[in-house]
Design a protein around this ligand. Structure first.
Ligand code: ATP
Length: 452
């Protein structure tokens, strides 16, 4: 993981947030190659979840919402991490996570008092990760919602305005609009990619747990109790998607939650085997029943019932949710693609074996020699032509071997070299990132070749 984090910084994928001010825990900025990879992941996800699905539509809702949304969703009351503070060094830890480490499972629904009692009963076995003490103060729940001060929503200045704790709420708020304006019928899905903010008390593990992140969500609306088959299908589809996008099957698994969160009936995680910290959550797949629509109906007073146009039946649909952090996907794709190989002449080469769909740069174009204007001019022409169709890079710096290594490290699938033969017959060499083999291709066939 350290090597991958260092590559991310060194090669412009991810920078620590506000670095010149010393950095802020849990905030990261995506650099020039990072934003390309991120956009490609988003596009691939959108294609799989909107474009290729006849009964799914997309949405992009505003981040700020009426503060009552977060009361209705249960986040104001229940979206809290239980924290234990070490009396000796004042370090704060997640009580449930520390209990988990010693094999004790805390229930999501436990009150502060119940969790305190459970923690108390085990506290001799729980050592402070900072100083080793077992002297703990009472557990306090710490709300994860991030407050802001946008305008005055209610005219009475009664409630704070929140940044979204999860991206999906916008879908519930617009579910009725979508039914009224689009020709959708239950079962149907809505997909959205949106920012989420959480006051994570211990942001950690690079992009895995941040305070600001993006979530890609789908909410699938089904007839009440007609959830089982669709839920199984969705779980399998999401798992298969990662494999199709190039993640090794053995690094993925599905795990059912023993204690489900307050809004869910059944919850599963797709877990990825992250280097250094092992299997952990990548994506959550939740059977939310009619919890969300019921809550919003009660709090807003709006009738959110769906009427079946054929039978006249009226009901609140149940919801099946998939929710994944873009940063966690980014990390999983990077970790799975990262490899260090030995070349034929005993040198090390670092290669990101990203699928060509995800690779930030699709082809790099090199003139064989920098000091031969006829080669450089021809290479620039080829570069401009290919740039119309793909993200390309032009590089004439250093020997060819070095240029190949630079592209391998960022996962570029094709390196195209313009040499003296090009000037004679309009062909170039295309070097394959994974096999390192080269082929001669006509310039006029290049777009088709790269596309393939
Ligand atoms: P965790 O148990 O790891 O805190 P969660 O169960 O609270 O996650 P959900 O609320 O179900 O997560 O969010 C759905 C997805 O959003 C997660 O599977 C994860 O990919 C992503 N996610 C959640 N919290 C964070 C975070 N702090 N940083 C980055 N991604 C996150």
């Amino acid at each position: 993981m350290e090597e991958i984090i260092s590559l991310c910084k060194r090669r412009g994928f991810v920078y620590p947030g506000s670095e010149i001010y010393g950095g802020v825990a849990g905030l990261y900025d995506f650099g020039p190659y990072g934003v390309e990879l991120l956009n490609n992941i988003k596009q691939a996800w959108w294609r799989a979840n909107v474009q290729l699905k006849e009964n799914y539509v997309g949405l992009d809702s505003a981040m700020f919402k009426d503060p009552k949304v977060w009361v209705a969703s249960g986040h104001v009351g229940g979206f809290a991490d239980p924290l234990a503070e070490c009396k000796k060094c004042h370090a704060r830890v997640r009580a449930d996570k520390e209990l988990e480490k010693i094999g004790v499972q805390a229930d999501e629904k436990m009150t502060e008092q119940e969790l305190s009692a459970l923690f108390d009963a085990n506290k001799d076995k729980i050592k402070c990760p900072t100083c080793g003490s077992t002297n703990w103060a009472e557990i306090k729940k710490f709300n994860l919602l991030v407050q802001s001060n946008l305008g005055d929503f209610t005219g009475k200045n009664e409630e704070p305005v929140y940044l979204p704790g999860e991206a999906c709420q916008g879908i519930y708020l617009n579910y009725k609009n979508i039914i009224d304006t689009m020709r959708v019928k239950v079962p149907f899905g809505v997909a959205q990619i949106g920012k989420a903010f959480r006051n994570e008390i211990s942001p950690r593990n690079f992009l895995f747990r941040c305070r600001e992140f993006e979530q890609a969500d789908t909410q699938y609306f089904v007839k009440p109790r007609e959830n089982k088959d669709a839920y199984e299908k969705i779980k399998q589809e999401r798992l298969d998607w990662y494999v199709n996008m190039g993640i090794d099957k053995k690094n993925l698994r599905l795990r059912q939650h023993e204690n489900v969160v307050f809004y869910a009936n059944d919850a599963w995680d797709i877990e990825y085997n992250y280097p250094s910290y092992g299997f952990d959550e990548l994506e959550g797949i939740h059977d939310r029943t009619d919890y969300d629509l019921t809550q919003h109906m009660q709090h807003s007073g709006a009738d959110l019932n769906y009427t079946d146009s054929q039978t006249g039946e009226k009901y609140l649909p149940w919801i099946l949710e998939t929710s994944v952090g873009l940063g966690r996907m980014f990390l999983a794709f990077l970790c799975d693609a990262y490899s260090v190989e030995e070349t034929k002449n005993g040198e090390k080469r670092t290669v990101l074996k990203l699928s060509s769909e995800l690779a930030p740069i699709k082809c790099a174009v090199f003139p064989l020699l920098k000091n031969k204007p006829e080669l450089v001019d021809r290479a620039r022409e080829v570069y401009s032509g290919l740039s119309q169709s793909f993200m390309c890079e032009f590089d004439d710096n250093g020997n060819i071997g070095k240029r190949y290594r630079r592209q391998d490290e960022i996962g570029t699938p094709n390196c195209i070299v313009i040499d003296f033969q090009t000037l004679e017959d309009d062909t170039v060499t295309v070097r394959n990132r994974d096999t390192t083999e080269q082929e001669r291709v006509k310039i006029s066939d290049l777009v088709q070749y790269v596309q393939k």
